[in-house]
Design a protein around this ligand. Structure first.
Ligand code: HEC
Length: 140
């Protein structure tokens, strides 16, 4: 019994190690010029999504966060695969980093350049793909 638990624990430690300390893949993922490089893998954007995006976009990204009521232009439904799939990862990265106004949208979508590192934004984009829209980038 206890040896099974021990093996399980060891497997978990190895698994965590693979996901957190892998400099090669971290480097690949932080290349903001690739359209799809971030789609696979990292889901650690969840925590930051819940902290920074949930107030407007809601817990499931549907655009129904508590602050949405006070906004004239409403937060987008990020769970809508048809809406998010045609947008390349580097575009989503740019929207989050530099804000709506920088890409021709309203200022209601704020820039996160001061709150989030590039890597954290990459992880949020990966989270949007994996858990929110559940969609890969796909050209229209
Ligand atoms: C203060 C409210 C607010 C917060 C916080 C916020 N958003 Fe937004 N977001 C908006 C609004 C409003 C829009 C729609 C802007 C428009 O269409 O002009 C939007 C649009 C978007 C879009 C769609 C861009 C497009 O092409 O239409 C994405 C993607 C997005 N937000 C991601 C995020 C992520 C990720 C976070 C957290 C890091 C976040 N937003 C935090 C309000 C917010």
């Amino acid at each position: 019994m206890s040896s099974i638990n021990c093996n399980l624990l060891a497997a978990m430690i190895v698994a965590v190690g693979v996901f957190t300390v892998n400099p090669a893949s971290a480097e690949e993922k932080s290349d903001p010029t690739s359209a799809t490089a971030w789609s696979a893998g990292n889901v650690s954007g969840a925590g930051n999504f819940m902290s920074y995006c949930l107030p407007c976009h809601g817990p499931e990204g549907k655009g129904d966060g508590v602050l949405s009521e006070s906004l004239d232009v409403k937060p987008r439904d990020l769970s809508n695969a048809g809406f998010l799939a045609p947008k390349p990862d580097e575009y989503l990265f740019k929207v989050v980093k530099t804000g709506g106004a920088a890409v021709g949208l309203t200022e209601n979508m704020p820039p996160f350049v001061d709150q989030l590192s590039d890597e954290e934004i990459v992880n949020i984009v990966a989270y949007l793909r994996k858990e929110v829209c559940k969609c890969e980038f796909k050209k229209n």
